[in-house]
Design a protein around this ligand. Structure first.
Ligand SMILES: [Cu+2]
Length: 184
């Protein structure tokens, strides 16, 4: 399945960052116009361009990426199960500490466990994704239990899921709804 786009909550802070960059650029161009020697200003300018390229490159890859998301829908008011893959591109582990959805009254992290022939679900408070690692939700293991739909939902529609992480980041992922028989 193709990776689904996720909207990163750091947009606000990067807007702020780009404002800082603009201020920096403004004071730098003032500095250049004050420099009398043309050769010096060209050297200064080259250095600035290199520095800016570095800033842009480091801001490009989000630390946390959500992919392969979908929801196994059940009719009526029955709970649905959400599945996705969380990838941590960072150098430190990150922990999923909570989830909410504007489309459901409750979104909880569950894990299906097997005890002999008995299969049951347990609530999970937090889930750590190792540095440069990923955790894949799947039927029979981790899933998002979605209860109390707030609107009429059916296969073909999308729901929004907000995932909160221990580093303060919130990632919003759109998950397509699939029919009850879907297994992957
Ligand atoms: Cu469950």
């Amino acid at each position: 399945m193709a990776p689904i786009p996720s909207i990163n909550s750091r947009t606000t802070s990067s807007n702020w960052q780009s404002k800082v960059e603009m201020l920096k650029m403004a004071s730098i161009s003032r500095l250049i116009s004050q420099t009398s020697s043309g050769a010096t200003s060209r050297r200064v300018l080259a250095g600035i361009l290199l520095a800016c390229a570095g800033t842009l490159a480091s801001a490009a890859a989000p630390t946390i990426a959500i992919s392969d998301g979908w929801v196994r829908w059940l009719p009526g008011e029955l709970p649905a199960a959400g599945y996705l893959t969380i990838t941590n591109n960072g150098d430190k582990p990150v922990t999923l500490v909570g989830m909410t959805s504007p489309d459901y009254g409750m979104a909880m992290l569950h894990q299906t466990t097997n005890e002999g022939s008995l299969s049951k679900m347990i609530m999970v408070d937090k889930l750590t994704i190792p540095a440069h690692g990923k955790v894949q939700f799947s039927p029979g293991n981790y899933h998002v239990m979605l209860e109390q739909p707030k609107r009429s939902l059916a296969p073909g529609a999308n729901i929004q899921l907000q995932l909160k992480f221990s580093d303060g980041e919130t990632v919003v992922a759109p998950l397509p709804i699939k029919p009850p028989g879907t297994t992957q």
